[in-house]
Design a protein around this ligand. Structure first.
Ligand code: NDP
Length: 246
């Protein structure tokens, strides 16, 4: 028996980057996994196929995190497919990096809609189904605690909000043994934040380990928080950033 055998996980934005690594890792640990994606059905089905090749079960559901109806339907579809829900990973998120004076309200709304409103809608839809002892895991950001570079005002503000969302919600669901934790990645090499290019230079330099992280290094923390050994950890902000915020 693996750590997550007979458990069902729902991972938003699970078709690429950190979310894909999380979905594959939770499946390797024995969970049946539902992933959502916004646009790229091909990438989502590649994740499903990779999980199935490893002997696991997965399903991909299109649901833009900014679309509350789509999010609710996706949660219902996952529960209908696998019969239960034990782990929610709110991973879908976006950034629109630019100097603050050039940022628009429309961009701010988009970042809020995905990074905060989407987390609210998904968590509320999932909580109805989440079994006692379940896990709610946010993917916040190290910049939700410390702004290491310019250009991220809306993004950092939403990730700081995710931090308090986590802490506040942990106080409402603890009586059911449900934990709520916020994994805060530092610079991780993905399409959103590639390790090559000018933007990467100051981020890499800010880490104590002098390197970008890999998506599987975030997935390892998520797998721990999703598993039975993390049962007394809740309301916590768990930073995995190569020492960027040290
Ligand atoms: P990527 O852009 O590489 O991947 C994003 C994933 O989310 C894709 O599967 C994408 O699917 C999906 N997605 C994007 N927009 C939406 C949406 N509106 N609704 C549903 N799914 C969506 O991002 P990362 O893997 O880098 O980031 C994942 C999370 O980690 C985010 O919350 C991000 O803020 C956070 N993070 C990332 C860091 C990094 O350095 N990479 C650092 C700190 C935090 P599709 O292709 O279909 O759009």
């Amino acid at each position: 028996m693996s750590k997550l055998t007979n458990k069902v996980a729902f991972v938003t934005g699970g078709s690429r980057g950190i979310g894909a690594a999380i979905a594959k890792r939770l499946a390797a640990d024995g969970a049946n996994v539902a992933i959502t994606y916004a646009k790229d059905a091909g990438a989502a089905s590649a994740v499903v196929k990779a999980i199935e090749l490893g002997g696991g079960k997965a399903v991909a559901i299109q649901a833009d995190a900014a679309d509350v109806v789509a999010v609710k339907n996706a949660v219902e579809q996952a529960v209908a497919t696998f019969g239960r829900l034990d782990v929610l990973v709110n991973n879908a998120g976006t950034a629109i990096p630019k100097p603050f004076e050039e940022a628009t309200l429309e961009e701010m709304d988009r970042v809020i809609d995905i990074n905060i409103r989407g987390v609210f809608a998904t968590t509320q839809a999932a909580l109805k189904h989440l079994n006692d002892g379940g896990r709610i895991i946010m993917i916040g950001s190290a910049v939700g605690e410390r702004a290491i570079a310019p250009g991220l005002v809306p993004y950092a503000a939403t990730k700081a909000a995710v931090r308090m969302f986590t802490q506040a919600l942990s106080r409402e669901v603890g009586s059911r043994g449900i934990t709520v934790n916020n994994v805060q990645p530092g610079p991780i090499d993905t399409d959103l934040n590639p390790a090559s290019g000018d933007w990467a230079v100051p981020q890499k330099a800010a880490t104590a380990l002098d390197r970008y992280g890999r998506a599987d290094e975030i997935a390892a923390m998520v797998a721990f928080v999703a598993g039975p050994e993390s049962s007394y950890i809740t309301g916590a902000n768990l930073t995995v950033d190569g020492g960027m915020n040290a």
